[in-house]
Write a protein of this length. Structure first.
Length: 157
């Protein structure tokens, strides 16, 4: 059965690790003449409260401000890293739990492949923070390619 990839999802947190994974996504998009979709999820856990109860006050910017900042950052990211593709890329910003929103977006947009970076946390950090990539791999509606670090470059045969 031939592999037919037409829609590739690239979740990004705008980190250097995600940029390394982008090189894989771009090569696969080029190889399969596919369209690239890029999503950034504003983690709903961003908001910390200084006190409990009716007088509690959020610490940090509000959702509207975070969304505006993320949209500006995504535009800069797209202008710098998503140019030169044969098919116009699609970008999306949303708020929620990153793994859940990435999976939801993949389902709603019939994504054929997800390419994402993993921070490679181990031990206690993995137990305490969990792994977004691991959750996506387990629950995604399509294959997932995880890229751990910049130690290996993607080289076409």
């Amino acid at each position: 059965m031939p592999v037919d990839i037409k829609r590739v999802l690239f979740p990004t947190d705008f980190s250097d690790l995600s940029l390394h994974a982008l090189s894989y996504a771009r090569e696969l998009v080029s190889l399969f003449d596919a369209q690239l979709f890029s999503i950034h999820v504003i983690d709903e856990a961003y908001q910390y409260w200084s006190a409990m109860g009716p007088e509690s006050v959020p610490i940090g910017p509000g959702v509207e401000d975070l969304t505006a900042m993320a949209e500006a950052q995504m535009q800069r990211f797209a202008d710098e890293h998503l140019v030169g593709l044969s098919c116009a890329p699609v970008t999306h910003i949303t708020t929620g739990r990153p793994f859940a929103e990435i999976i939801r977006y993949a389902r709603e947009n019939t994504i054929d492949l997800i390419v994402l970076a993993t921070h490679g946390r181990g031990g206690l950090a993995h137990v305490l923070l969990g792994s977004t990539a691991e959750r996506i791999v387990r629950k995604a509606p399509c294959p997932v390619l995880t890229v751990r670090s910049a130690q290996h470059d993607f080289v076409m045969p």
